[in-house]
Design a protein around this ligand. Structure first.
Ligand SMILES: NC(=O)c1ccc[n+]([C@@H]2O[C@H](COP(=O)([O-])OP(=O)(O)OC[C@H]3O[C@@H](n4cnc5c(N)ncnc54)[C@H](OP(=O)(O)O)[C@@H]3O)[C@@H](O)[C@H]2O)c1
Length: 349
């Protein structure tokens, strides 16, 4: 079962990402500051999908919190194959009136944490030859929004994703930015400018699986982004061609006859019959303990349906199709109170 880590998973878009990924067969690690809220989300996801859910409460603007999440991303036990950098904040004041702390928090979370988590996650992914990073930017990255740091921070996410994606070409690791438009809240009207969270999540995960660098959910935003991105797309193409030229020259200089195979874009087909423990990790926790009760193979699963343990691989990126996973007959699984030990388990359903 591949593992995805989602930041900002305690509500909003992040919760929907976590739910959808669990539904697609990922074990999920949920990150946000509010531990109680995370535990409630984990409980809901565990019940609805049967997925393994970990909760990792952390403030990503705090060095200790950031380090705890980086440690999880580099842990060898249950390696993270997909990182969703979703957590983001927007100060609602205009620049000259905004508290400088609020502006700084926008940069710390939307830019610095996103960069550091990507940097932590990618080396293990490239070593495995598979993996994905989804960076939730915003259509606001194309606009001079509000004069606060938000629009500029999202603009940075778009450019950062572009450059990291280029640097990872051929490694089997995909990095995708999501130029999300306005996401519809309950009291918003319906219309092409208001996007349903589930549509944004599904579209962006599908674009990641297709190896796209940029995802623009919703036809209005897709048309606008296509227009705005045209020069960058042309430059990207030129850079790729130039890069290929450089590679060929290097190969010729080395006397290498060619080959130059690029690895396909990754992520595995998951297994989804395991129990659903919820693990609460204290900030600063390093490597996770193994999950002892993951079964060798449940009796009702045929041997050929049970995946071999994965050490490394080069399969294609989340070739993961949604599957029906609800187990309506499963009894409720109460969450044990958090004790000294960092593991809280839901009884297997
Ligand atoms: N909503 C929109 O219309 C829209 C449009 C385009 C793009 N986006 C982008 O989509 C992403 C999600 O937006 P949303 O509207 O779903 O946001 P949201 O409802 O405000 O949720 C933000 C999430 O980030 C977490 N978070 C905030 N500060 C954090 C910190 N310092 N450390 C760790 N986690 C933190 C929050 O949990 P805690 O408070 O518990 O930490 C929460 O889970 C953001 O990047 C946003 O910029 C949103």
């Amino acid at each position: 079962m591949p593992t995805a880590l989602v930041t900002g998973a305690s509500r909003g878009l992040g919760e929907v990402y976590a739910h959808e990924l669990a539904h697609r067969g990922y074990a999920v690690v949920l990150v946000a500051r509010d531990a109680a809220r995370l535990a409630a989300v984990a409980e809901r996801i565990g019940r609805a999908t049967g997925a393994i859910v970990e909760v990792l409460p952390a403030d990503l603007t705090d060095p200790a919190g950031l380090a705890a999440v980086e440690a999880r991303l580099t842990a060898r036990d249950l390696p993270v194959e997909l990182l969703v950098n979703n957590a983001g904040v927007e100060s609602d004041a205009v620049f000259a009136e905004a508290p400088v702390d609020a502006l700084t928090a926008e940069i710390d979370l939307n830019v610095t944490a996103l960069m550091r988590l990507t940097r932590a996650a990618v080396p293990a992914m490239t070593a495995r030859g598979r993996g994905g990073v989804l960076n939730v930017a915003s259509f606001a990255g194309y606009l001079p929004s509000g004069g606060n740091a938000y629009g500029a921070s999202k603009s940075w996410v778009l450019a950062f994703t572009d450059t990291v994606a280029a640097s990872l070409a051929g490694t089997g690791v995909t990095v995708t930015a999501v130029a999300a438009g306005r996401i519809r809240a309950e009291d918003d009207p319906q219309g092409p400018l208001w996007l349903e969270p589930a549509d944004v999540v599904r579209r962006s995960l599908d674009d990641l699986a297709r190896g796209r660098t940029l995802s623009a959910p919703g036809w209005v935003y897709r048309a606008l982004v296509g227009y705005l991105e045209a020069p960058r797309t042309a430059l990207r193409f030129a850079a790729r061609v130039a890069g290929r030229g450089r590679e060929n020259c290097t190969r010729l200089e080395r006397g290498d006859a060619g080959g130059g195979a690029t690895r396909p874009s990754p992520v595995p087909t998951p297994f989804r019959g395991a129990p659903a423990p919820v693990r609460v990790l204290p900030a600063g926790a390093a490597d996770l303990p193994a999950l002892p009760e993951l079964p060798a193979r449940p009796a009702h699963v045929a041997a050929e349906d049970f995946p071999a343990p994965r050490v490394s691989g080069t399969g294609p990126l989340p070739a993961v199709a949604p599957r029906a996973v609800r187990r309506p007959d499963a009894p409720p699984r109460p969450v044990q109170p958090v004790r000294e030990a960092p593991t809280v388990r839901l009884a297997a359903g």
